[in-house]
Design a protein around this ligand. Structure first.
Ligand code: HAM
Length: 443
């Protein structure tokens, strides 16, 4: 026989063994719960789209990270989805005027980006998207920020762990223009500034020079990025700090009131160093970062008022965000909050132990089947052993709530039921088991 061939997992991709899967499910439960609490409805779209969907308006950053392909023998270009917003805008455009407004959608797609794999950035990640279509005002921006915070709080993260950094494309453009970037190169400047942490500083300086930013301007940019103003100090103070006209921060001043109404000012900072790399943002933009600054962004989003019409739909304002599971998972582990995922893991309602007698063996599988049909999570050993002690150890190892012992009493039609939390044990007719387990679970 020839030796087996071994395969490596592709770089930047993940396997999910049960423990990793529990953490992912825990994160997804918080995402879904937060979305539903705020009145968002779940959607999804295709895993790949026509390549053009991403080249139109996502920006060079994303386009350079596409996994694109053609069908064998075909000549149409497709790309695995690197983000969800273009799909969402395409779906909204297709609904056209029949779409109920506002529309509040959430999705939890798997996304694919050919990034250089590193801590917190992989080639596949799951990203929660929350988007609100049809509302032009800062109330909607505050609402989507609130949804993000609700999920983070559900997972146990507080404003001592993570903070929202809020900026505005208009204000950032005014600053960049003052530093020498011509208006027609503003999208490229946003992409470059967003990527400055990802490239060697010499390369950044060279590309920045091509956009009109000389060395002192780059230094000034670094100073701006290092300046975070607590949102409690008021958005009007951004204008004074950075020498901007008040009109450039008018949206943020309004946003401040809506954040205050939701009790969120303490969780936010004004930070004009945030520009976002995606080309479609038009107004308020924001990211959520860990306070210690050890990781890349946990979430990012903003307002994109022209994307739906760019995709052939009506003129509809929109805003939203994406939050990935990778940095979030790392943060939960770092803060000791990942254990909650294990506590939320499904526990067997009952573990059936067989004494090994012919009668017990004959009853085991039919009993498990009937309890499962009644909605219970049932396990029993798959090992050859019928040693009661070993089976009991297996039951507590999988955190079962009850043990049901098929022993000598079976001859009289009875079984022993033990509650592993309280130690209470009683002998009862087999026919009463489902009711007894159900009653004890409800206690
Ligand atoms: P984004 O900033 O590209 O925005 O991604 C949002 C979040 O997804 C990031 O903050 C990060 O948590 C996660 N993420 C992105 N790339 C990776 C990666 N390679 N590995 C692991 N996690 C990653 C967008 O995608 C926008 N479409 C979000 C949006 C929705 N804006 C409006 N609505």
């Amino acid at each position: 026989m020839s030796p087996g061939r071994s395969f490596q997992r592709p770089k930047g991709m993940r396997d999910f063994l049960p423990e990793a899967m529990m953490l992912r499910s825990h994160i997804e439960s918080a995402w879904r719960e937060a979305s539903i609490r705020h009145g968002f409805e779940e959607i999804d779209g295709p895993t790949f789209e026509h390549l053009d969907l991403y080249t139109v308006k996502s920006g060079d950053g994303i386009v350079s990270e596409l996994f694109s392909f053609q069908r064998a023998g075909g000549n149409t270009d497709f790309a695995l989805r690197p983000e969800f917003t273009p799909t969402l805008a395409r779906m909204a455009a297709a609904q056209g005027r029949s779409m109920a407004l506002p529309t509040k959608w959430f999705a939890m797609p798997d996304l694919f980006r050919a990034e250089r794999p590193q801590k917190g950035r992989l080639r596949e990640h799951r990203q929660w998207n929350v988007d609100c279509i049809g509302l032009p005002g800062p109330d909607a921006d505050a609402e989507v920020i609130a949804v993000a915070i609700t999920a983070l709080r559900l997972l146990g993260l507080t404003s001592d762990d993570v903070r929202v950094r809020i900026s505005h494309r208009g204000a950032a453009a005014a600053l960049l223009e003052a530093l020498g970037v011509p208006a027609h190169q503003m999208d490229d400047a946003f992409t470059l500034v967003d990527r400055r942490g990802k490239m060697p500083s010499q390369e950044f300086q060279a590309q920045a020079a091509g956009l009109g930013l000389d060395a002192p301007a780059v230094q000034r940019l670094d100073d701006i990025a290092a300046t975070r103003i607590p949102a409690t100090q008021g958005a009007a103070s951004i204008a004074g700090t950075h020498g901007l006209p008040e009109s450039a921060v008018a949206d943020l001043v309004e946003l401040e009131g809506h954040l205050a109404a939701r009790g969120l000012l303490d969780a936010c900072d004004w930070d004009l160093g945030i520009v976002r790399g995606l080309a479609y943002y038009t107004g308020t933009v924001w990211e959520i970062h860990d306070v210690a600054g050890d990781h890349r962004a946990v979430a990012g989003g903003g307002r994109y008022d022209q994307l739906v019409s760019l995709f052939g739909g009506p003129d509809l304002p929109a805003c939203g965000f994406g939050m990935g599971d990778v940095v979030l998972g790392l943060l939960l582990q770092e803060k000791g909050l990942a254990d909650a995922a294990m506590a939320a893991a499904p526990r067997p309602d009952v573990f059936i132990v067989s004494s090994g007698s012919d009668e017990a063996e004959a009853r085991l599988v039919p009993l498990a089947t009937s309890l499962r049909d009644n909605g219970f999570h049932v396990r029993h050993t798959h090992k050859a052993t019928r040693n009661i002690g070993k089976q009991l150890r297996e039951a507590s190892g999988c955190n079962a709530r009850h043990v049901l012992i098929l022993g000598d009493e079976l001859q009289q039609g009875d079984v022993t039921l033990k509650n592993l939390a309280t130690g209470d044990q009683s002998i009862m007719p087999l026919a009463d088991i489902a009711v007894a387990i159900g009653r004890s679970d409800a206690d």
